[in-house]
Design a protein around this ligand. Structure first.
Ligand code: M3P
Ligand code: FE
Length: 304
């Protein structure tokens, strides 16, 4: 049993038209479905129904984030384990959410709402499964990432959250940042993927979303993404640069309503027996942004 990977993020935005224009034209996501108050998006190479749900709400923020489990029976097992840890769970039945069947929901120790699901409607990528082309049409608008990659939430007690994700949910820690007293300031965790992180948890206010990131295939696409962002007047937070942690190449920027996005590539391949990498607080600047070696206060303190 286990947590496979990030499936979708559900967020609120105070201007749905503006957000929808940005996520479709500048980020270059596919619009899957739209109603008066909700839009569903996916990336061109994603097989699931959607990876992002945005709904209108006067205050921007995250409703929940959803991971897919490996097998149907895992839901029962995780329900038992999460309850045993002391987090009450609720069942969302088939038909209550668009694009997926039954799921379980609970509040993680740092206050965000997490959902686990197995039954996801598979609508396929835009290439199809019959003699597919290896690339999407060259005229897709915007950055057009092939898929969502990871997300980062804040936690007041990083160690408590980290142990929940490791002990209860069975995720693997790949990297950690420790303060001078050996307390965790940040942890990077992987599901059944070979990625250095599907979710990271960094010290900050409980309940907050720091960012989510889209995968790009190489560094040159990061450069092109920077051009697209600058051309469209998007506020860049940091980069293009490289993380020391994960070794990934990155740019952080803000959507028009102030939610932070990232595009990410590179990093390394993680196997189940890969040893944990530890950073000390005095090297956190390089861990965050290897070239700049800065612990940017805007980067650490701004969140949704
Ligand atoms: C990443 C990443 C913070 C670190 C962020 C790191 C907020 O986003 O992809 O490795 O301290
Ligand atoms: Fe990130």
């Amino acid at each position: 049993m286990g947590i496979l990977r990030l499936a979708h993020i559900d967020v609120r935005t105070p201007d749905l038209d503006l957000a929808a224009a940005y996520y479709s034209e500048v980020m270059g996501l596919q619009t899957v479905q739209r109603s008066a108050d909700t839009v569903y998006f996916k990336c061109w190479d994603e097989e699931d129904h959607h990876s992002l749900r945005m709904r209108y709400h006067p205050r921007a923020g995250m409703d929940s984030f959803t991971f897919r489990v490996e097998a149907e029976d895992d839901l029962h097992e995780f329900e038992r384990k999460v309850e045993a840890y002391g987090c009450p769970t609720t069942r969302v039945s088939r038909g209550e959410a668009v694009g997926q069947g039954e799921s379980i929901r609970f509040e993680v120790p740092s206050g965000q709402i997490m959902e686990l699901v197995w039954d996801i409607e598979k609508t396929g990528n835009i290439l199809g499964k019959h003699n597919p082309r290896p690339t999407p049409p060259p005229d897709l608008p915007g950055i057009a990432p092939p898929r969502m990659d990871h997300m980062l939430v804040n936690a007041e007690e990083v160690a408590e959250s980290a142990s929940f994700f490791q002990e209860v949910l069975g995720m693997r820690m790949t990297e950690q940042v420790l303060d001078g007293n050996g307390h965790q300031l940040g942890v990077w965790l992987a599901g059944r993927t070979n990625s250095p992180h599907d979710i990271a948890i960094v010290n900050g206010p409980n309940g907050a979303l720091h960012h989510w990131a889209y995968w790009l295939d190489d560094w040159d696409h990061i450069r092109k993404a920077a051009d697209t962002l600058a051309y469209n007047g998007v506020q860049i937070d940091q980069g293009p640069t490289r993380h020391g942690v994960t070794r990934g190449n990155t740019i952080y920027f803000f959507d028009p309503l102030g939610i932070r996005n990232e595009v990410f590539t590179g990093g390394y391949w993680v196997d189940p027996d890969t040893e944990i990498i530890t950073w000390t607080e005095d090297n956190f600047g390089k861990g965050l942004f290897y070239y700049e070696n800065v612990v940017s206060q805007r980067f650490l303190r701004m969140h949704t």
